[in-house]
Every structure is written in C-alpha cells, then in structure tokens.
Design a protein around this ligand. Structure first.
Ligand code: M6R
Length: 597
C-alpha cells in the first residue's frame, strides 16, 4: 500500500534518495506518486496519477535541495488522481501520510467552521490542516504534534516539514510503520527500510504514539512530551536486496527461488535448535489467524495438525477474528501468519491477544516487522525479499514452517515417532529433489487459451487439496483477472454446480490418497455437465482417462505434498497473466502489504 520516504542532508542527494526510495517501495502497490522539496524560497510539490515513471518525467534529478519527502499512494479517500495524491500542503506545512484518519469528518467540520477550505477528498489534507492550525495556536511544532495526536483517531505514519524551518523533518506514528534511517550528516525516514537500505543499514523503529524531530545530524523521539530512548537496529543480512536476475518479472523469479529458500529454511530450523520456541506441551488449543494466501497456508497447517498430531486447530481470517469474541485462554497458542508482518487486520488481532496475555507465535518474513515485535515467539520465513504482489515463495515457506512447527510440537509432546521422522526425512529429500524438474515441467501449458474467455474457472479439492484449491484460485484471479473460485469438492453439488456449463474449466486437485476416489466422483459429475476438467494428481495414481488435461505432480508423501503441488498453479497463473500481457508484479487494485482495514 502507500509508501513514504523522507530525507534531510546533502542537497545533491535529496532528489535521488526520494526517487530511489519510491522505486524500492513500488512493489507495495500504488496508483499515484509525488514529492515535495524546498527550492527558491518555497515548498514545491510535484505529483502525478499513475506509475512512478509519470512523476519521474517531471522531476529534475539534478535539483539541489536539502530537505524532501516522497510518497506512493494507494487510494482510500478519494479517487487516484493528481489532486488526491500526496504530498499535501496546507498553510506552511507539507506532509505525506500512510493510514486512515477515522474522525476526518469531525476534524474537517471543526476546521471548516473556522473558515478553512479543502481542495482534495483526502483525510491527509485534513490532518495537515489540523496540524497547521495547531501550529498557529501553539507556535511550536512539538506541541502542535502532541495536540494533533491527541485529537486524531485512526492510523497514521506522517512525515512533514515546514516552510520556515528547513532544518527539520517532523514525524508521527500510530498503527502504521515508520522508521528513521540513520546516516552521517544525513537522515532518512521511511515506512519500510527497503526505501533507504541502499544508503544505510542502521535504523530506528518508532512505536505507536511516538513522534520525532529529525535534523541532518540527530534524531529525537518523544511520547507524551517526554524523550524516549530508542535503540539503533542494524539490518539483518537475511534481508538482502532482490533483483530480477534475468527473469521477466519478480513473480517468475520468486517461483524459481523456492527450491533454495526451502532447502535453507529446513536446514536452518533443523540445525538451529536455539531459536526460542514455546513450551508446546502446555497448550490445549491452537488458533491460526491470517489473511489471503497466509490464511491458505494456515489451512494447510490445520490439516497437517489434524492428520498427523490429531490436534484440532481453529483458523480465522484476521478481519473476522478482530470483531468476534476471542475464545482463547492461557492454554491457547495463537499463530499469526504474515509475509509482510504489517497487515493491518493481523496486527490488530495480535495487539488484542497481547493485551489478553495469551501466548502468540508469528510466522513472518520481514525481520523486525510490527508483527514480529508484537508476538512472543517468531519463526522467520527466511524467504528473502518478496517483491511481486502475488506471493509464491512466501506462501511456500509458510507451509514449510507449519511442517517444521508440527515436528517440533510433536517432538515436545513425545508423539513424533521414528516412523514419522523417516517419513519426514524421506519426504523432504524427495520434495527438494523433485522441485527443479517440476519447475521445468510446468513452464508451458498448451491449453491456457481454454481458460481465458470463460466466465468462470473453478478449483475443487478435499482436505489439504481444498486448501490448495483456494490458493491456486486466488493466485489465478489476482494476476490474470480471470474469474475463479474454489470449493470443497463435495460442496459443488449443493449449489455451485448450476454454474457449470459446456467448457467451464474445472481444476480438480486430488493428491490426497484418502479422498482421491471421492474427488474423482465429483469431477465426473462436472464432466457429465460438459466441464473442461483439468486434474492434478500424483504420478503414482492410475491414469485417469476421462479428464481433458492432467497436471501430474511427483508423489512426495503426505507431509510435503502441498509444497510441491502448488508449484504448477503458481506457474500457470504467471503464464496466463503473461499471455494476457498484464503487469504481473503489480496487479491492478492490489497492494503487497495491506496496511489498512
Ligand atoms: O503480508 P501478509 O502475508 O500478511 O499478506 C496477506 C495477504 O494480503 C496476501 O497473502 C495476499 O493475499 C497476496 N497478495 C496473495 O498473493
């Protein structure tokens, strides 16, 4: 979603830092971009709807200016046009903002009653106007920020500066990430350290309700009027910068990263028994809370716990969990799953669980992300930077971590037998060996055209194959914009089968040996109604003659099967989007990290 970058320091660097920072934040998804800087005795604001290259066309990269802020906006209040794009200037203050101001109407009315006028539809303009008004009253920026933060409700990461004060950047944070990048004779601010990591590896993380004043040599953070001592963090080497490495897009490259990511992940957790783990013996309930693909990975986790540990796991979308009574206690472990560690709904739930003093564990990729700091235990996904909006290696490493956690859980409870260990070792070796051939095998699908002009595509499966169907369907729709949905195979005949007509594509995933015959019956039902059936099954299963297409995956055993089975679907989605000439890494309307509710 929105991205923030700010800089104060060397005049010859400012514009370069802002534009490079915004480029690094592009992966998050946005629909307009802008910068503000000081030049010729005034604040200048340049902004454009559309992609960053539209903004870059109107910016002079050689311009000298000692202070500047930049923003990529994912529209919330008001359409994605130039007026609504950030930065917003009101009076003498110019600001960029991530988040949503919930009491915007009340604050706007208060300002309008004082005769203030607005030109955009945004909550950000109201925030800046309110801050500007407070500054006129207090004549002191620190007090103005304190007052504004008391009055504003909602989420915000704000970076601003003042026309008469070119020596300071001012920042405020609540429920939306904000970091200070520490340099020598220069300072950075950003919503994500990717924005300044090319320039410094030292940073300070702001916590909620903190605000700061930054000059080129020093930074000061406050809360409730008092100075807060903050620790300088150093970037972790596992968060290396990623590039396309010759692939046509990040999604393609990231699918090809999967074998290495998984090899390293399993080795890390097998060899590193010093990572902090909960006492798994004490829990009588697990709840998994996540969104999107992370939720689908959680569904695989639930299925693994049911089948191997005979332990019931509850799973909820974070956006639902946050509004329901929390049926958890001190013997519950709540597992949050999130690639970014910044998903607003998931973060909200983690805060609630922390307040209730219930044990929490995060499966998360981004080091030091908000989720990783809110939870008691963290299993890092170690997948490296994931830039494509559609997650691939992130999802695969989340599923892998559920296998790792299942093994640790069962070992702690003395239920992990020698035979399970053998299954684990053999399955893991088979799965890792099968990865590369599997990637090559599914690089091309001759029947892609048969999906493209259809009103709907369906994915069906049972148990973990149903979880895979949900992920396969989401992947296809998010990057190709084809209408697709997933159903538990047995549910189709309870209504949805009415949508199946001549040549409707139905993907049946049937890798679970226990339910294979049942799913087969369901695909026969749709075949009888004219569906174009694509069956995904194991290379050890009997050849199924009645289907139109087959996607045969290697049989690597029940524990690891979900990891290998998703690969052809990730590649299929990429291939369909490519055939349709879409922007694969930045699908329309989507954001990599969903930081609003
Ligand atoms: O960063 P998170 O894992 O918390 O993100 C959750 C979802 O927004 C994410 O998985 C989304 O569904 C992806 N775009 C799917 O590819």
């Amino acid at each position: 979603m929105c991205g923030i970058v700010g800089y104060i320091g060397h005049p010859e660097k400012t514009i370069d830092v802002l534009l490079k920072g915004l480029e690094r934040l592009e992966y998050r998804g946005y629909d307009s971009a802008g910068i503000a800087y000081f030049k010729d005795g005034q604040i200048n604001v340049l902004k454009k709807a559309g992609k960053l290259n539209c903004l870059e066309e109107i910016v002079d990269r050689n311009m000298l200016t000692e202070i500047g802020i930049g923003h990529t906006r994912w529209a919330t209040h008001g359409e994605a046009n130039e007026i609504n794009a950030h930065p917003h200037k009101y009076g003498k203050i110019v600001a960029v903002h991530n988040g949503i101001i919930e009491n915007m109407d009340e604050l706007k009315k208060e300002l309008e009653d004082k005769g203030k006028k607005f030109i955009s539809d945004t909550d950000t303009e109201v925030f800046v106007a309110f801050l500007n008004d407070a500054l006129e009253k207090y004549q002191d920026m620190k007090q103005a920020m304190e007052y504004t933060m008391k009055r504003v409700k909602g989420s915000y990461a704000i970076v601003c500066f003042h026309e008469d004060d070119l020596e300071h950047l001012y920042i405020m944070k609540k429920d939306s990430p904000l970091l200070i990048g520490v340099g020598k004779g220069e300072m950075y601010v950003a919503s994500d350290y990717q924005a300044f990591r090319e320039f410094t590896n030292q940073y300070v993380l702001l916590d909620d309700f903190e605000y700061g004043i930054i000059d080129k040599n020093a930074w000061h953070v406050y809360k409730d009027g008092k100075v807060v001592e903050k620790k300088i963090e150093v970037l972790d080497e596992q968060d290396s910068l990623s590039n396309k490495e010759g692939y046509d897009c990040y999604m393609h490259k990231e699918i090809y990263d999967i074998p290495n990511v998984l090899t390293n992940l399993f080795t890390f957790y097998e060899e590193n028994d010093t990572h902090s783990v909960p006492d798994y013996r004490k829990y009588n309930k697990i709840q998994i809370v996540a969104c999107g693909s992370a939720y689908h990975a959680g569904c695989i986790g639930k299925s693994l716990f049911a089948h191997f540990a005979q332990f019931p796991v509850e799973i909820e979308y974070a956006s639902e969990y946050r509004y329901q009574p929390i049926l958890a206690d001190q013997n519950t472990l709540v597992i949050f799953v999130s690639q970014s560690g910044e998903t607003a709904d998931t973060i909200h739930c983690a805060k609630k669980i922390k307040e209730m003093q219930i044990d929490s564990l995060a499966i998360v990729n981004v080091y030091n992300s908000t989720l990783s700091r809110l939870t008691d235990y963290v299993y890092y996904m170690r997948a490296g930077e994931e830039r494509a909006v559609a997650t691939t290696k992130g999802y695969s490493s989340q599923v892998a971590l559920f296998i790792i956690i299942l093994r640790e859980w069962m070992k702690a409870r003395n239920t992990w037998t020698a035979s399970l260990e053998q299954q684990y070792q053999e399955g893991k070796t088979k799965m890792l060996q099968a990865m590369e051939p599997c990637l090559k095998k599914f690089e091309h699908f001759s029947w892609i055209k048969k999906l493209i002009d259809k009103p709907a595509n369906f994915f069906i499966g049972r148990q973990s194959d149903y979880a895979l169907s949900m992920e396969a369907s989401l992947k296809l729709k998010e990057v190709s914009y084809l209408n697709s949905s997933a159903y538990a195979a047995g549910e189709l005949k309870h209504g949805t089968i009415s949508l199946v007509e001549e040549k409707t594509p139905v993907f049946a995933i049937a890798t679970d040996k226990n339910t294979y015959e049942k799913t087969k019956s369901n695909l026969m039902e749709v075949k009888a109604r004219g569906a174009y059936v694509i069956l995904t099954t194991l290379d050890t299963a009997e050849e199924e003659k009645e289907v139109d297409e087959r996607m045969i995956v290697p049989d690597v055993g029940a524990l690891f099967q979900p990891i290998i089975t998703i690969i052809p679907f990730q590649l299929l989605s990429y291939q369909v989007a490519k055939a349709l000439q879409l922007d694969i890494d930045h699908p329309r309307n989507l954001a990599k990290s969903v930081t609003v509710e």
